[in-house]
Design a protein around this ligand. Structure first.
Ligand code: CA
Length: 240
């Protein structure tokens, strides 16, 4: 555990969940701040600069999505949604507004702690600023994306991808470890006029998986978050 304790702000009005989170996070060495309302949360974000915000969407004074919108106009502090809403549209909407991750209640301590570590690490060193920026190469497991030569290798073997396939995997690589929504991917790849039909992504993804995954039906590198988007394995995450 690093000497400097990370501060976590929990924005949640359910006392049972608040108690669980405070106990769990304190035991892990985090400093924990609690805000039971959205208005209070925005003040605490300004005054205490937390390292990560756990945000319930259903708050007594406002919808959590308003907090994401407000925070994203001035800070990149990671936001993890903790919500009982498990609908794909809710997840995609929160991620598109700028949330970093989304956990559906009920969730376990181990999963939560892993997500927090990932979110905080991403703000400290984004994939783009660290490995890719220094070497031009991203390695996750046996997969290697060479951003300077526009090439992809699996276990040292060159994999022929079409230009669009390379752009897709390169984009996911720059956000490795995080879900990119279909909407965000379409916008990044084909501009604001790209539309919302993600069929083109599915077609390309099937081809990419066929080329890079040992078993395309059990992906090891690129995961589908059904109805939400795709996530490339994070460097250091185990390939099972
Ligand atoms: Ca609530």
């Amino acid at each position: 555990m690093a000497a400097l304790r990370s501060k976590i702000l929990v924005v949640e009005d359910d006392p049972g969940i608040t108690t669980f989170l405070k106990t769990t996070l304190t035991a892990e060495g985090y400093d924990v701040l609690i805000s039971p309302t959205g208005g209070d949360a925005l003040q605490v974000v300004c005054s205490h600069c937390p390292d990560c915000v756990l945000l319930d969407l259903g708050l007594p004074d406002m919808d959590g999505s308003e907090i994401i919108r407000s925070m994203r106009s001035w800070t990149k502090t990671p936001i993890i949604i903790i919500s009982a809403r498990s609908m794909e549209e809710d997840k995609a909407a929160a991620l598109d507004l700028g949330a970093d991750d989304y956990i559906v209640k009920p969730f376990g301590a181990i999963e939560l702690l892993a997500r927090i570590r990932t979110a905080i690490r991403h703000t400290q060193t984004t994939a783009e600023s660290s490995e890719i920026g220094m070497t031009g190469i991203l390695r996750v497991g046996d997969l290697e994306i060479d951003y300077r030569k526009y090439r992809v290798y699996v276990a040292g073997q060159y994999v022929h991808l079409t230009p669009n396939e390379f752009r897709i995997i390169a984009l996911l690589g720059k956000h490795a470890g995080r879900v990119m929504t279909y909407k965000a991917m379409l916008r990044e790849l084909w501009g604001p006029g790209a539309g919302v039909d993600n069929k083109i992504l599915r077609v390309h993804m099937a081809s990419i998986r066929h080329k890079i995954e040992p078993d395309p039906n059990q992906p090891r590198y690129i995961f589908t978050e059904v109805g939400v988007g795709y996530r490339l394995l994070e460097p250091g995450e185990s390939t099972v």
